[in-house]
Design a binder for this molecule. Structure first.
Ligand SMILES: [Zn+2]
Length: 319
């Protein structure tokens, strides 16, 4: 539930004889990741040192090295020979960064879930008060931090029967180039993709909604209702603007959908009214709500755990 929902704050006055119980309006979420680990990652990726992480620059190379080192420290293995999945982005050397946590079931581990986000950004933007570095904190250092935190969690627990790929893309801002490359590479390898979930701009809570985040392409598959059912909570909802702005087609889930025709969607909390700094030089790390992010990721992990462990592939495209 969203803290800004005013209906949650209407608490009847106790009468003198009532036993007063303390409670919170928020359902108690077991915290599986911490706000501080997410903050550390976003703060580094969105620092001026990385110069806006434009694909093909020194800044994004530093970001990739940082992500590789994180995966290594979590004991997440590379999926290919190294963590880097190399390709050319408009003639420039570019790379996705990919980690792998193999499933623990001999049969189900052949089925793969992809969790992803893009770690690139646009480099420089329109100068405001002498600052022209577009730091890309919400877009999409937040999604990158979420994917890394989940990689750490699953590498430690190893409780997933299906395998999970943790994928960080570059080239998104140049036209989904990194995800297009990886989708095709995995298709060529005949990977048995079950589902793909892309995290885009999750650093600022939604306001007045009955769900925590929205789901793009909501009606295309039964994934959102299934994930909600797995955690018995309205975690993911349908935002009408997502359809209006065609968001399903505008981020890294789309190339996977196109290549595999399987449930591939994005999760976001940016609804065009709750954050003023989309592709703006003021999209900075200190504007993110890390407690919110940690709560959101902690609610999502059990949904993905359940998805990775069902006996059959319950999540399907709608007819
Ligand atoms: Zn983005």
């Amino acid at each position: 539930m969203n803290n800004d929902d005013p209906s949650q704050n209407i608490i009847p006055e106790p009468s003198k004889n009532d036993v007063i119980m303390t409670s919170t309006t928020e359902t108690n979420t077991k915290m599986l990741v911490s706000a501080s680990e997410l903050k550390d990652i976003v703060t580094y990726l969105a620092s001026d040192e990385l110069q806006g992480r434009n694909t093909g620059t020194e800044g994004i190379d530093k970001a990739a090295t940082y992500i590789e080192n994180k995966l290594k420290s979590y004991n997440v293995k590379p999926y290919f020979e190294t963590y880097r999945d190399n390709y050319l982005a408009k003639g420039k050397d570019a790379f996705n960064v990919i980690g792998f946590v193999e499933g623990n079931d001999p049969e189900l581990k052949k089925e793969v879930i992809i969790l992803g986000a893009h770690y690139d950004h646009i480099g420089f933007g329109k100068k405001v008060e002498g600052d022209s570095i577009a730091n890309g904190a919400n877009d999409d250092a937040t999604g990158t931090a979420a994917v890394l935190a989940m990689a750490k969690y699953f590498a430690a627990k190893k409780n997933n029967k299906r395998s999970i790929l943790f994928t960080l893309y570059s080239g998104e801002e140049m036209g989904l180039l990194g995800s297009k490359h990886l989708a095709q590479r995995l298709k060529d390898l005949n990977v048995d993709l079950y589902t793909m979930i892309n995290f885009e701009m999750i650093g600022v809570p939604m306001v007045g909604k009955e769900y925590d985040a929205y789901f793009t392409g909501f009606d295309l598959s039964n994934m959102a209702p299934k994930l909600n059912e797995y955690v018995d909570h309205s975690l993911l909802g349908l935002l009408p603007q997502a359809k209006e702005y065609q968001l399903f087609y505008r981020s890294d889930n789309y190339p996977f959908f196109k290549a595999f025709n399987k449930p591939c969607h994005a999760i976001s909390t940016f609804d065009f009214t709750n954050y003023d700094y989309y592709h703006h030089v003021d999209d900075e790390a200190d504007k993110m709500d890390y407690e919110f992010m940690a709560t959101l990721v902690s609610k999502m992990i059990p949904a993905f755990e359940a998805m990775s462990n069902t006996d059959t592939k319950e999540i399907k495209m709608n007819e």
